[in-house]
Ligand binder design. Structure first.
Ligand SMILES: NC(=O)c1ccc[n+]([C@@H]2O[C@H](COP(=O)([O-])OP(=O)(O)OC[C@H]3O[C@@H](n4cnc5c(N)ncnc54)[C@H](O)[C@@H]3O)[C@@H](O)[C@H]2O)c1
Length: 341
């Protein structure tokens, strides 16, 4: 049965969903309402989708028969709206980060368990073909023993992304909240649970910022992440690197073209491990996975427990920054999301 949803947030990300994703998943999901505070934005997206426009989720719920909600709002609004939707009996797809505090992650988990509804989080990396292919190459022994992991995300924010809430210096702003859970979700797919993090930051003008993270995995493996705002993006960036005893793995991610691919690199050269795709194709996979999880009763690929683990790493990194770069141990996951559905 087609899931009838409200798309909440008609900004940059909501526009991508309305223009590129929802028109190609109509068998699984039908957007019947678009919600935004901003009247022209919600009217434009609703018009393109053949949906009706509302100023709040409460108004949309009162007028429409909804089964779910897709939340594409600024970070600080995610947890409250997810809880509001769950309390109203709706399934939830929510943008990353799930929430900005461990307590808010727990509130969402408790509301999901109480309502018996599915929450999926729009973390793209676990859905990327290249990341899945890299994980498979680790599992089948192609890279040998994994020795270290590295991730890089370096680009300049385009006009539609340079919003005051993202750059304005508030608690939910900045590069670490914007990219931290994204890359942590990739590192956790490749290396398992992260048990400690140390972070450093350098910043200049708004939108020019560098953050580094050193992470320690439960297995003893070490990893490092470099995020940088203010440099021109490459057509395809090697965002992930796996160093193994038999080979290395490059995980290339491309945003404007379908050039994202995983490559195995050893003394004899390199070969692709999967068909290439563009990063934004993963949004389709996220929606289809959410709808299938609802239909079948299974957990979505990026469930509450996974998204909470990603948030914990960012919170640990923020604590490390406040403590001059000290390594911060992270509480074992079972102590932080024990009430996760
Ligand atoms: N997964 C990805 O690839 C990806 C990429 C970009 C952005 N994002 C995420 O998408 C989310 C939105 O980012 P964006 O760049 O589209 O932001 P944006 O500022 O472009 O859009 C946000 C929209 O929400 C509306 N809004 C804000 N508060 C509201 C409220 N309480 N009720 C109704 N409407 C409200 C604003 O009017 C605006 O139209 C963020 O969580 C961001 O991290 C994810």
């Amino acid at each position: 049965m087609t899931l009838r949803i409200a798309l909440v947030g008609a900004g940059a990300m909501g526009t991508i969903m309305a223009r590129d994703v929802y028109p190609v998943v109509t068998e699984q999901v039908s957007v019947v309402a678009v919600v935004d505070r901003d009247h022209p934005r919600r009217a434009e997206l609703a018009g393109g989708l053949g949906a009706r426009a509302y100023g709040s989720l409460a108004q949309a719920r009162a007028a429409e028969d909804l089964g779910g909600v897709d939340i594409r709002l600024p970070h600080a609004a995610h947890a409250d709206l997810a809880v509001e939707a769950l309390d109203a009996g709706l399934h939830v797809l929510v943008e990353k980060p799930l929430a900005l505090t461990a307590e808010d992650c727990r509130r969402v988990a408790i509301a999901a368990a109480r309502a018996g509804r599915v929450v999926a989080v729009a973390e793209n990396y676990p859905h990327l073909r290249a990341v899945r292919a890299a994980r498979a190459a680790i599992d089948d022994g192609t890279v040998g023993e994994v020795l270290a992991l590295r991730s890089t995300r370096a680009y300049t924010l385009g006009d539609e992304w340079a919003r005051p809430w993202r750059l304005g210096g508030g608690a939910a702003s900045g590069l670490l909240w914007d990219q931290g859970t994204h890359h942590t979700s990739m590192l956790r797919v490749l290396g398992g649970e992260i048990v400690a993090v140390a972070a450093h930051r350098a910043g200049g003008a708004a939108g020019v910022e560098t953050v580094t993270l050193d992470v320690r995995f439960a297995s003893g493996l070490l990893g490092t992440s470099l995020y940088c705002w203010g440099t021109p993006a490459r057509p395809a960036e090697t965002e992930g690197l796996v160093l193994g005893t038999l080979a290395q793995l490059d995980i290339d991610v491309a945003y404007e073209r379908p050039d994202g691919v995983a490559r195995i690199v050893d003394g004899t050269g390199s070969r692709a491990l999967c068909a290439a795709e563009s990063y934004y194709e993963s949004h389709r996979s996220i929606v289809v996975d959410w709808a299938d999880a609802i239909a079948t009763g299974r957990q979505p690929l990026v469930c509450l427990a996974a998204a909470t683990a990603d948030v914990r790493v960012v919170l640990g990194a923020r604590e490390s920054l406040a403590r001059g770069g000290a390594e911060v141990p992270l509480a074992p996951p079972h102590l932080t999301h024990r009430s996760t559905a």
